[in-house]
Design a protein around this ligand. Structure first.
Ligand SMILES: Cc1cc2nc3c(=O)[nH]c(=O)nc-3n(C[C@H](O)[C@H](O)[C@H](O)COP(=O)(O)OP(=O)(O)OC[C@H]3O[C@@H](n4cnc5c(N)ncnc54)[C@H](O)[C@@H]3O)c2cc1C
Length: 287
């Protein structure tokens, strides 16, 4: 399939990209192109103008600022996966990225593109929710930082304003007592999730003092299983309590029927993925 005709501009800086976006309100940013180009080839998207942000050095790099790990939006999945700093400060990203797509896609696809796209099947939105990440956006009105919680509004719909660029992702570095888990069911290597769940726990002895459970591909956008979190927070986790949490997760899911399965199957699998990830996270916190 061949996309419809478009203009192409290569931005040289963040400000240049913002200026080019302002010149054409139907223009689209292109990062790794691994979501946008397939949509253009299928003519689901027909932007008249693409602004390529691959040459912008300011959008790369991974560093620690205070108690936050700062990841430039244009880091590829593989760059994040292979970063010793990410492994040390937030190993949830390392472990989860191993399950994103396949090595070829991870070589081009960017973490910023994965978040900005707002696809309910993408792994990073729910990971951002579980990590309580902050997103840095820059646009014609300047720079702002917004919590990931509340950013994902619907299918391909985020809190990004017109003309804005996602420039950085900021995640809290791992603290004492914190553990992570990630479980994803997919039909084959390289596929999107039937259902996936990233989990953050903070333990105080055997008690879960805090927990965040993200859910992927079981609703119009990524979301947190808040009822299950509220049930588990402040408790020692038993099999019975996990079973109850699983029932609350099933109730919270609203997946679409497609080739990956029926809504009922996907909701049950989401609960199963979350329970596995919770157990992993508690084990991770103990180590
Ligand atoms: C075969 C295949 C399997 C895949 N499997 C998975 C999977 O299992 N899990 C998963 O999470 N993803 C999966 N993906 C998607 C892949 O990870 C994409 O790379 C990702 O969704 C988008 O990142 P990108 O850099 O390619 O963005 P692009 O495709 O370039 O852009 C995607 C959208 O985000 C916008 N955008 C990109 N960057 C920015 C920015 N910095 N600021 C503002 N807007 C921006 C673009 O305008 C566009 O609308 C798969 C893709 C393929 C082709």
């Amino acid at each position: 399939m061949i996309p419809s005709e478009f203009e192409y501009h290569k931005a040289t800086s963040i400000q240049d990209a913002i200026a080019k976006l302002a010149e054409n309100d139907e223009a689209k940013i292109i990062a790794g192109g691994h979501s946008l180009l397939p949509m253009m080839k299928l003519r689901f998207a027909e932007p008249p103008c693409l602004i390529d942000i691959n040459g912008i050095e300011e959008l790369r790099g991974i560093s620690v600022e205070g108690d936050m790990l700062v990841i430039g939006a244009m880091n590829t999945e593989n760059e994040v996966l292979n970063s010793p700093l990410v492994q040390e400060k937030c190993s949830l990203l390392t472990e989860a990225i191993k399950l994103v797509a396949d090595p070829q896609v991870r070589n081009r696809g960017t973490i910023g593109g994965d978040v900005a796209h707002g696809d309910p099947g993408n792994d990073h939105p729910a990971i951002m929710l579980a990590l309580d990440a902050e997103l840095v956006l820059e646009g014609p009105d300047g720079k702002r930082t917004t919590p990931a919680n509340g950013f994902f509004l619907g299918t391909y719909w985020t809190g990004m304003e017109e003309g804005e660029l996602l420039t950085q992702i900021r995640v809290p570095v791992r603290e004492q007592g914190v553990g992570y888990g990630y479980a994803k069911l997919k039909r084959k290597t390289g596929d999107y999730a039937v259902a996936g769940s990233p989990v953050y726990v903070k333990m105080n002895g055997d008690t879960v003092s805090d927990i965040r459970i993200g859910l992927t591909n079981v609703g119009p956008c990524a979301f947190r299983a808040e009822a299950a979190e509220n049930l588990l927070r402040g408790n020692v986790i038993t099999d019975d309590l996990l079973k109850e949490a699983g029932a609350l997760i099933i109730d919270a899911c609203d997946p679409a029927e497609d080739l990956r399965g029926s809504p009922e199957y996907k909701s049950h699998m989401a609960a199963e993925m979350a329970k596995r990830a919770i157990r992993q996270a508690i084990e991770d916190a103990r180590n």
